[in-house]
Design a binder for this molecule. Structure first.
Ligand code: NCD
Ligand code: ZN
Length: 355
């Protein structure tokens, strides 16, 4: 990584150049929506792990490969963006589907959504022990299990669901499969940070820009703000601080996953608004701001561009991107299907810009 600071008379230009990053957790939706979502990510990232929670979900390798083709069809010319595909785990995913997935060369992980935990998760897992044969196959093929780490019991407080998931699901699963690669996705609490730190090299975690930059006050600042609502929901400040410490520590277990989750403006600004924050247009800039605030820009490259690839066992990228410290105003919205979509930090000043 290169940091350049040029000082002219009154002007200080600061640039950083890092290996092109990857996004290890991304939603791009499907069909007509793809041309509005994929180009943003292809512009910033070299590869992205594509979440399978479509309607209906991608439960088979053949579905994942067809979905990959639809994504590649809207990838801008000249871009060598590569979508890395995932399967949606159900109570009934056959164990031999994992072998097919591995052989495809394009499906690289399997996603566990506890049934009902989040957007399009109704077909998810009702009881993890029903999937043990499939998890055994994952462990054998060295393929990561990506987990949405929240229990779904409606009696559990929404702010406590991640912590309970650690105790009720993650800990027993780890005990049953000591060498299963697990990515604890979009972690939001100090509890999750501590859990990942205490585990061995088979456990890692992704962290989103919103969970680094905001605490739960953002959802209620001056009124209810649906564009700050995602799952797992933003937490208290002490948790945000713990996530920043983990991300900017240089610990290889923590890496970038935006969880950019596009929903049309009218589906967010509603009496029952969808969960999901759209960060794809300015994802790397948001992370740069967070690392800058921690005085840890020197740790951005490992987090954004190295540790995810290393954990998945995929080669690191070689091209670079450059970011400049320069104010710009984030658009209020972007076109999306028949309407608009509102990005994170809409209408506000961002302090880093991709050159
Ligand atoms: C995601 C979505 O909209 O698909 N929403 C979200 O709030 N993160 C689903 C998910 O990853 O939980
Ligand atoms: Zn997600």
């Amino acid at each position: 990584m290169i940091i350049i600071t040029q000082e002219d008379e009154a002007l200080i230009i600061m640039q950083i150049t890092i290996i092109r990053p990857d996004d290890w957790h991304l939603h791009v939706r499907d069909d007509d929506a793809l041309k509005y979502t994929v180009p943003f990510t292809a512009h910033q990232f070299s590869r992205a792990i594509i979440m399978p929670n479509l309607t209906p979900p991608n439960i088979s390798t053949s579905q994942a490969l067809a979905y990959r083709d639809r994504i590649l069809a809207v990838t801008p010319e000249g871009s060598d963006f590569r979508p890395l595909m995932t399967l949606y785990l159900t109570d009934n995913t056959p164990a031999d589907e994992i072998e097919k997935a591995r052989q495809s060369g394009h499906v690289v992980a399997v996603k566990l959504y506890p049934a009902g935990a989040t957007t399009n998760s109704d077909a998810g897992v009702t009881d993890i022990t029903k999937c043990y044969k499939t998890l055994e196959a994952l462990q054998k093929h060295n393929m990561p299990l990506l987990v949405h780490g929240e229990v779904t019991d409606p009696d559990v407080d929404v702010f406590d669901r991640e912590k309970q998931f650690i105790d009720k699901v993650l800990t027993p699963t780890r005990k049953a499969f000591p060498e299963l690669k697990i990515v604890f996705e979009h972690i939001t609490t100090k509890d999750a940070v501590d859990y990942v730190l205490a585990e061995d090299k088979f456990t890692a975690a992704t962290i989103t820009p919103q969970h680094l930059l905001y605490n739960r006050n953002a959802i209620f600042k001056g009124g209810i703000r649906p564009h700050y609502y995602c799952l797992p929901v933003l937490k208290r400040e002490e948790h945000r601080v713990a996530l920043n410490k983990a991300a900017s520590s240089g610990n290889t277990k923590f890496f970038l996953g935006t969880d950019s989750a596009p929903h049309a403006q009218n589906r967010k600004e509603s009496a029952c608004g969808c969960a999901g924050i759209f960060s794809a247009p300015l994802a790397i800039e948001l992370y740069a701001r967070a690392f800058d605030a921690n005085n840890a820009l020197d740790k951005l490259e490992g987090f954004a561009s190295f540790y995810g690839a290393d954990f998945y066992g995929i080669e690191r990228n070689t091209e670079t991107i450059t970011l400049e410290k320069k104010d710009w105003v984030v658009p209020d919205s972007y076109p999306f299907l028949d309407g608009e979509i509102v990005p994170l930090h809409a209408g506000e000043t961002e302090s880093w810009q991709l050159v």
